[in-house]
Design a protein around this ligand. Structure first.
Ligand code: C2E
Ligand code: MG
Ligand code: MG
Ligand code: MG
Length: 284
């Protein structure tokens, strides 16, 4: 059980975490006020079609600029937000903001991907908050893809599944993020119709280093996704060589620095303008 909670059993033996207890407390204090003080923004990272390289979606990635702590990585404050349940209001803000920005400014064919934490998904009014974000923004539910990790199935799997099924009934799609890095079994792939499996960057990196195991795993995931009627997105593709390899392995979509880093909302419009070949972009 301790192991399920993100390596809790090892935590007590991690001296760095003790040393950081005070830092963590200070960070938590700031995090409590961050929403009210308007310290979050969303950046967006393009996801491209592996074959045509056209942008099909942008993933919303939260950024926190704290007056006290400077820029804090989500890899650091999201786990803290999850532990303190602050992720619930923060996640609601992300959902509303992402739907609004996508609905207001982006072309109709471009979707938005929003990360949702287990704590947020398991809240009783999660689905209601999605409905609200969609209706407030006017975003077509078909343009919203919710990203969850395997960790949502570690506890209350049936509640998680039911919430996701209700979102699918609204028209949203569900992506399984960081695939291959969690603890859970493949059983849930049979029970929930994900639209996309996102192959974790660690496998992409491994494959780029010619690791036969990583190559075999990506091949197997692509084959499995194909036969389940799901698509695949390769995460963390950083150069042309990796993109080429991923294409050859048959992934449907690619995300990574090679095609674009997470960027402010205003830059999304420039990327889309370039893609549709507007006069502004052609003269550039
Ligand atoms: P994720 O959902 O797997 O997002 C992908 C992460 O990989 C992002 O890190 C992105 O910047 C990074 N990345 C993308 N392409 C590349 C690449 O080519 N190379 C490398 N080295 N990295 C790449 P980021 O933005 O720091 O976010 C980290 C994690 O924090 C996310 O992983 C996600 O789990 C979580 N997160 C971010 N925003 C939110 C949010 O709004 N809500 C929740 N619940 N979690 C979020
Ligand atoms: Mg994600
Ligand atoms: Mg991911
Ligand atoms: Mg990842």
């Amino acid at each position: 059980r301790a192991k399920d909670e993100g390596g809790g059993a090892h935590r007590e033996f991690e001296p760095a975490l003790h040393a950081n207890a005070e830092e963590r407390r200070l960070l938590e204090n700031s995090l409590r006020h961050a929403l009210a003080r308007d310290e979050f923004v969303l950046h967006y990272q393009p996801v491209v079609d592996a074959t045509t390289e056209e942008v099909v979606s942008f993933e919303a990635l939260i950024r926190w600029n704290s007056p006290e702590h400077g820029f804090v990585s989500p890899a650091k404050f999201i786990p803290l937000a999850e532990d303190t349940r602050l992720i619930v209001p923060i996640g609601t803000w992300v959902m509303e903001r992402a739907c609004l920005e996508a609905a207001e400014n982006w072309p109709e064919h471009v979707r938005v991907n929003v990360n949702v934490s287990p704590e947020q998904l398991l809240e009783t009014d999660f689905v209601a908050s999605v409905v609200r974000a969609l209706s407030q923004s006017g975003l077509n539910a078909k343009r919203l893809e919710i990203e969850v990790t395997e960790s949502i199935f570690l506890r209350d799997a049936s509640i998680a599944r039911e919430a996701l099924e209700r979102c699918m009934a609204l028209g949203c799609s569900i992506a399984l993020d960081d695939f291959g890095t969690g603890y859970s079994s493949l059983g849930y792939l049979r029970r929930l119709k994900f639209s996309t499996i996102k192959v974790d960057r660690s496998f992409v990196q491994g494959a780029a280093q010619q690791s036969p195991e990583s190559l075999a795993i990506i091949r197997a995931v692509v084959a499995m996704a194909d036969s389940l009627g799901m698509t695949t997105t390769a995460e963390g593709v950083e150069n042309d060589e990796e993109a080429q390899m991923i294409r050859e392995l048959g992934c449907t979509k690619i995300q990574g620095y090679h095609f674009g880093r997470p960027m402010p909302a205003s830059d999304v419009l420039d990327v889309m303008a370039r893609q549709t070949g507007s006069p502004r972009a052609e003269s550039a």
